[in-house]
Ligand binder design. Sequence first.
Ligand SMILES: [Zn+2]
Ligand SMILES: [Zn+2]
Ligand SMILES: [Zn+2]
Ligand SMILES: [Zn+2]
Length: 299
Amino acid sequence: MTTDLNFSSAFFEQFECPICFEYFKLPIHLCSLGHSICNRCKERSRNCPQCRQPFIQNSRNISLEKIFEQVSKRCKFSECSSEVTLDQWHNHQSECKYNPNIKCLECGSSEEFLINHLVRNHEYKEISMEQNECLRSFSGPMASWHSNTEWPKGIWKFGEEYLVVKAKTHSGVFHVYLYRISKNLIAISLEITNQDTGACIKFKGDIPHISDYVDLSTSPHFNCEIKQLMTFIKVQEDEQDTYKLSVKVKKKDIVMYIEEPIIEESHLDEFEEHAIEELPLDVFEDRIIEESSLDDFEV
Ligand SMILES: [Zn+2]
Ligand SMILES: [Zn+2]
Ligand SMILES: [Zn+2]
Ligand SMILES: [Zn+2]
């Protein structure tokens, strides 16, 4: 195995695809003017993206491939001592435990600027939130409330702090997933009110950091049964068959309240009487369980 000890950066540049600027994805293809293009970029284009000449049928740059397979390089994160072959380079950088970047929750790639990446590649929309309180809404035809629906994805900007927002309706439950990008702890409350009856449901909790994201099924998040939400979903005045749920979003820097236990279905009658109830994030249930296990250590 050849290591990078004696090689300059100009040497490694020879293994970068001129189109995607990443190390080649094998096999390496040639155009009629001799440009080397990685397999990933070849599949996306008919002509050489550099000179517009057609690719030669079945052409390969085999000698470059052979050298490529022999070369390895020290991982780019200074604390990491791994020697990485160039074909594993991209995978290693995204998996490397010294990588300070954030893993994209949609495609898994490791991103220094996750917000830009989400907007450009995954149809997230940036939304400025006025101060620390803002009204947001989810609207769509009635069917989108009753069938399985992925709502448009967003990034809520509170000044310099960003929250990644995903919402879906699934099996009769409305889910809202929030992740913070900044290191600072953030608590969010979501409040929905029925203007006619004054009834109100409030959810609140600490927002998990995006780096703790594993998958949606295990993420703590806000959720509520659709049948419970129905009295809060209103037909939009100007558009027929558009049903809207308005949510008041409030941001707090830290949580300064004691959690109420989550309401169970059997308490729904009680819930209606009280009109205002607070539902915490699922995560608080777990915490309560953890705390009770402290007894194990009591003498
Ligand atoms: Zn390429
Ligand atoms: Zn070319
Ligand atoms: Zn590494
Ligand atoms: Zn992505």
